[in-house]
Ligand binder design. Structure first.
Ligand code: BGC
Length: 459
């Protein structure tokens, strides 16, 4: 296996032939219930919004109006040509009060899933994408005593009602982000800051809930493919020759990237985090695939002023390619090469790998075309090197409600005006469509979009 991949990536204008993908490769888009459905007012994120915690001051409101008309966006997904779409189901709709199930919510999800099948699009269902009912949050969320049992019961209900529509299940979206933003950075509910030990406990608790759900899904649907979506960030020492920068990078990598991966790979956390929480999560080997959400690289410097992040100052240098800025600072470096780093790491679990999210906030489509082309190049060379990479899901289909950033960050292949609900296909949506419909990347496309400077697609 090659260790230096730089020559693999630079196809440049001279690349003679198209980069073809396996016939059964999944080309998709990813979405999440709270970000697209609209009208979710019974989960902990709606409470967070009511408490004025959305940094931009925006309201989620109708979001992309999926609860009334997801089919409008499914038509756009068909127009692009994707063969799969990842969506999540909203626990607070399906079980609005503890133990009370809403058949109308299930019926709407059945309609939506049928609508995808009618368009030749295979759904992948995520059971928990950051949101859960307020009653569950009030019981302590995933740190509550009954969390695993309650999540497993919800999972069984969903499988019973929606199992006929789906074979690929994602239990959790990004336990590491959920733990870090909710308990270390304070940007997600419950909003605690600097609580690193608690974040580790949350990740461990989610691994146990994942394991309970994994077993339940297999019991109810023996052929199911069950995984989770893991956010992978590349941490780069600000000064690679300075030992404290390397050390803090390693620690953040261990905490953020490695924690849940190690729970799945070995059933326990690596040192020193193994000292926290239960020794064995019982989760070793409990996945049929690894989903990777890959966006960014962050530079990290050792800094005594940053006690709440283990003395790591995380930053994005001004000169690197990046999308639009968030309310308080850069979203992150747009770093498609992170796909390679993440896939190589995840491969040691010995399971198929899906890129379940990759994208950039970019209202003007300045660098999204380049990002897509680079990501596709990376994946093609990884597959040729023998990595078992089975699909790519772009984040996201239509601009949607970006959590604490509100409507400020636009990740869609389709632009949305949330007030009028008018949609406009971006050039990057058409570009992605060309790739997915032909199942290949042509040398002309690489020549045209392969560098961040050549990228503005207009109209
Ligand atoms: C999350 C999405 C989010 C995206 C862009 C991912 O980590 O799963 O919900 O919208 O990042 O920030």
């Amino acid at each position: 296996m090659k260790s230096d991949h730089s020559c693999e990536l630079d196809f440049g204008p001279l690349a003679a032939s198209s980069l073809r993908f396996p016939a059964d490769f999944l080309w998709g888009v990813s979405t999440a219930a709270h970000q697209v459905e609209g009208g979710n007012d019974n989960n902990q994120w709606s409470a967070w919004e009511s408490a004025g915690r959305i940094k931009s001051g925006d309201r989620c409101g109708r979001a992309c109006d999926w609860w009334s008309d997801a089919e409008r966006d499914f038509d756009l997904a068909r127009e692009i040509g994707v063969n799969s779409l990842r969506l999540s189901v909203e626990w607070s709709r399906i079980e609005p009060d503890e133990g009370r199930w809403d058949p109308a919510a299930i019926q709407r999800y059945q309609e939506m899933l049928q609508a995808l099948h009618d368009r030749g699009i295979q759904p992948m269902i995520c059971l928990h994408h950051f949101t859960h009912p307020i009653w569950f949050e009030n019981k302590g969320g995933f740190l509550g005593m009954e969390a695993s049992r309650l999540f497993e019961r919800f999972t069984r209900h969903v499988l019973h009602e929606l199992g006929d529509f789906c074979q690929h299940w994602v239990t959790f979206n990004e336990p590491n982000v959920y733990g870090a933003l909710g308990h270390v950075l304070g940007e997600f509910p419950p909003g605690s800051k600097g609580q690193i030990l608690r974040a580790i406990r949350v990740v461990g608790a989610m691994a146990r809930a994942h394991t309970a759900a994994y077993r339940a899904i297999h019991e109810l649907q023996p052929g199911a493919q069950v995984g989770w979506a893991h956010n992978y960030i590349v941490f780069q020492p600000a000064n690679p020759d300075f030992a404290p920068d390397r050390w803090i990078c390693g620690l953040l990598n261990e905490l953020f990237n490695e924690s849940f991966l190690q729970l799945m790979e070995q059933g326990r956390l690596g040192f020193p985090f193994s000292l926290v929480g239960k020794r064995d999560s019982g989760s070793k080997g409990m996945c049929d695939f690894v989903g990777l959400n890959v966006y960014s690289r962050f530079h990290v410097a050792f800094d005594l002023r940053c006690a709440s992040t283990l003395f790591g100052r995380v930053f994005v240098p001004g000169h690197v390619p990046q999308g639009d800025s968030g309310v308080e600072g850069p979203y992150g470096e747009a770093y498609p090469e992170a796909i390679r780093v993440a896939v190589r790491r995840a491969a040691s679990l010995g399971k198929p790998i899906y890129i379940l999210e990759n994208g950039v906030p970019d209202a003007q489509d300045r660098i999204r075309p380049w990002l897509i082309v680079k990501a596709v190049q990376e994946m093609h060379s990884l597959i040729h090197e023998g990595f078992d990479l089975r699909g790519y899901f772009h984040w996201t289909l239509t601009d949607n409600f970006e959590w604490s950033e509100g409507w400020r960050l636009r990740f869609g292949l389709v632009a949305l005006d949330p007030d009028s609900q008018l949609r406009t296909m971006r050039g990057s949506g058409r570009l992605y469509g060309t790739i997915v419909r032909s199942n290949e990347l042509s040398p002309e496309t690489v020549a045209r979009y392969g560098s961040p400077e050549m990228n503005v697609i207009r109209g």
